[in-house]
Design a protein. Structure first.
Lengths: 552, 165
């Protein structure tokens, strides 16, 4: 993974001092709350329902075991002994004291971590595939490009006060596990006929109040021009994006208002002026960054299909877990393993300090000392030897990471919701738990198969409900918490937005509602169909009919 | 008298910033004036004929392209921040310096606060009229907050990746 040199280290250490002084001035009354707010937000610090929430950046989800141990230490020393993995692959603490935040940042800086631009109206953490570098269907490893973008965006002097937040994602594989089409900018690695690398560029996607699937405005951007093209997009947005209404300030509104074609013309006109300038990337820089993402010292191994099949036969629990929680690796004899952070009764994405220490230890012993956070709020050990899989499974069970539900109905994406977040209209964690309790029969869950259930506690959509196959949105109706249900969303290559079923439901009805939706699917599906396939074939009507039948 | 930051020093303000509804009536001949864009667009000849210094100021939504071919007329271009969270003029300052080659003073006016100054000077501002309740001497510390930067901008023509040892 990327290792800071003296320049990178200097910049984050300067940042710690800067924020220490800003916090001191705020506490001394020299900075008003209003003046401090954007400063603390650009440092990932929210004032929440009970305490500040601090969001730590995990660039493209990748962490060393040393960094994981530091997160565990901070959870222990400054929080209530746990951390939360967010849908942007970052780490959140819900209980630090404001006065402690400069010290937390100083500790993070010792392991090359920070919380720069994890919130606020600026360029946020660039996300990518949790299987980057190991997936069989990879065209390029997207991580060097994420790091190049991280450096370009860190304290970019022209773009620190954009109209609204700005999220970039990069996909380097055939399958889109990154949801690039629902990002402000989505980049997809492509090769032209001459075999040269470039990026297909989508803009104006996003969730939130007005969900939009992005538009591709450039089919082949040569890699050398990546940063100048990003500068051009951001400059057009910074100058012409709406600032009069924060709900209409995302780039998607500008792209829509201008039309994607006109927006593309503006970007191209701006780009023509700056293309080939000093920001043009050099082969030397790409090589320098890429050198940090070369393959680890893989052994020459062979796939263990027969041995694993024998273990499956003897241990049905292992077989189930292997089916759901492992992912094929490009190297023979290796496999990627997903640690489920979604056991029933635990807030989705929460990990304790002890579990974090355990993950660091497992990463050291099984996976070259690295782990990855996924936007589905799980943790991945990407480079496990197949011959060690059974032993690892045993250890994961001890630590509560072996729930065999990755990609199943109970692998719910869920924001912290009204239990913690001051923006939320409704709680989301208890809804997730009630659904997990209702669907506690593993056979049934496996029979239902691949399905994404996403829950957001408000229309800011941190739980990505618009792109869940089933999406749940917490709404406020006259001071009461209700839940709106939508179906048919997808964040994959065939991205689509979910359709709202109809009037919202009370919290206690939610397990029944989900149960009815699933029953319609099970009754109507053909042998090969996933939930999404069936929905796309039969449409929303049969689901609507069943769910609201009692009201007729 | 207001004190402003110019080229890293706190100095007495000698220019007069004229409000948006200013007309030619009673305009001083000898004072150094920063006039609103609309007045310049309406009366360029009258303003050029004066003996005093001339500057122009732009609202956050006004585009520098309107006067990009007339920049030689101004000793000062002041860019107004209605709120410190409105970053539009960061692009304006950058374009003034790098695209339109403006060499005169680029001044930040309006809701100008210490914690934005580092990035403002990076994109091309060299003068800062802080909000009146703020101490410009204290704000000078902002320029030393970072000892290294990643991007090329108006202060640093080469991005870090072309400068790394």
């Amino acid at each position: 993974m990327y290792v800071y040199d003296q320049y990178d280290q200097q910049i984050i250490e300067d940042r710690v001092q800067q924020f220490r002084d800003q916090t001191r001035r705020y506490l001394a009354g020299e900075l008003s709350g209003e003046e401090f707010r954007p400063l603390r937000l650009q440092n990932g610090l929210y004032i929440q329902r009970f305490a500040p929430m601090l969001r730590i950046a995990v660039p493209y989800g990748l962490m060393s075991s040393k960094q994981v141990r530091m997160i565990a230490k901070i959870a222990r020393d400054y929080d209530k002994g746990y951390a939360h993995i967010s849908t942007r692959t970052n780490v959140q603490f819900n209980w630090p004291d404001l006065e402690d935040v400069p010290d937390i940042l100083a500790e993070l800086a010792t392991v090359q971590m920070h919380s720069i631009q994890t919130s606020g109206n600026c360029v946020r953490n660039t996300t990518t595939d949790q299987f980057a570098g190991v997936a069989k269907d990879e065209i390029i490893d997207p991580r060097p490009w994420c790091e190049i973008i991280r450096q370009w965006s860190t304290f970019h002097p022209e773009f620190t006060h954009l109209p609204r937040k700005f999220k970039i994602a990069i996909n380097g594989a055939v399958t889109d596990r990154v949801a690039i089409e629902v990002h402000d900018i989505g980049l997809e690695a492509v090769r032209n006929d001459a075999g040269e690398l470039g990026f297909r560029v989508a803009v104006g996607g996003g969730l939130g109040r007005t969900p939009v699937v992005g538009s591709f405005i450039n089919e082949f951007l040569p890699w050398q021009h990546l940063l100048s093209y990003l500068d051009a997009i951001l400059r057009v947005y910074n100058r012409y994006g709406r600032r009069d209404n924060k709900f209409k300030a995302r780039i998607k509104i500008l792209v829509k208002a201008l039309t994607p074609e006109v927006f593309a013309e503006r970007v191209n006109a701006e780009w023509a002026q700056i293309k080939d300038g000093p920001t043009t990337l050099t082969e030397a820089e790409v090589a320098r960054v890429s050198a940090h993402f070369v393959d680890p010292a893989y052994k020459t191994l062979v796939d263990q299909d027969a041995a694993l099949a024998a273990l499956d036969a003897a241990h049905p629990g292992f077989a189930r877990w292997r089916e759901r929680n492992t992912f094929a690796h490009k190297k023979a004899g290796y496999i990627a393993v997903t640690l489920s952070l979604k056991p029933t009764g635990v807030s989705p994405g929460d990990v304790t300090d002890k579990q974090l220490d355990a993950i660091a230890d497992l990463a050291d012993r099984y996976s070259f000392g690295e782990s990855r956070n996924s936007h589905n709020q799980n943790i991945i050990l990407a480079d496990v030897e197949q011959s060690q899989l059974f032993t690892l499974w045993g250890e994961l069970r001890e630590h509560g990471f072996a729930t065999p539900n990755v990609g199943l109905l109970t692998d719910i994406i869920c924001c912290p919701g009204g239990d913690f977040c001051s923006l939320a209209n409704a709680k989301s964690i208890p809804v997730a738990e009630a659904i997990q309790r209702r669907f506690d029969d593993l056979d049934y869950l496996f029979d239902i198969g691949d399905i994404e259930l996403n829950i957001s506690g408000c229309m800011n959509a941190c739980g990505h409900h618009h792109v869940g196959h089933i999406g749940i949105l917490g709404v406020d109706k006259k001071g009461q918490e209700f839940y709106q249900v939508s179906i048919g969303g997808s964040s994959g290559r065939d991205a689509s937005l979910a359709q709202i079923l109809g009037p919202s439901f009370a919290q206690e009805d939610m397990p029944d509602v989900i149960d009815k939706i699933i029953k319609v699917y099970v009754e109507q599906r053909t042998d090969e169909e996933s939930f999404l396939d069936t929905f796309r074939r039969i449409g929303v009507a049969p689901f609507k009919e069943r769910v609201y039948a009692a009201n007729h | 008298m207001q004190r402003i930051i110019k080229n890293g020093q706190v100095v007495d303000e000698t220019w007069h910033l004229l409000p948006k509804d200013t007309t030619l009536d009673g305009l001083s001949n000898c004072d150094d004036l920063i006039v609103p864009l609309a007045l310049w667009i309406e009366h360029p000849h009258a303003l050029k004929a004066r003996d005093g210094g001339l500057g122009v100021w732009l609202e956050a939504g006004e585009e520098i392209e309107e006067i990009a071919d007339q920049l030689d007329n101004f000793q000062v271009i002041a860019l107004n921040f209605p709120s410190f969270t409105d970053g539009r003029h960061c692009s304006t300052a950058y374009l003034l310096r790098t695209r339109y080659g403006y060499k005169g003073e680029v001044r930040a006016i309006g809701d100008v606060l210490r914690d934005q100054l580092f990035s403002y000077q990076r994109v091309g501002f060299d003068a800062f009229a802080l909000r009146e309740d703020k101490d410009p001497l204290d704000a000078l510390k902002a320029f030393e907050e970072f000892s290294e930067v990643y991007q090329a901008s108006s202060d640093q023509p080469q991005p870090l990746f072309r400068r790394r040892a």
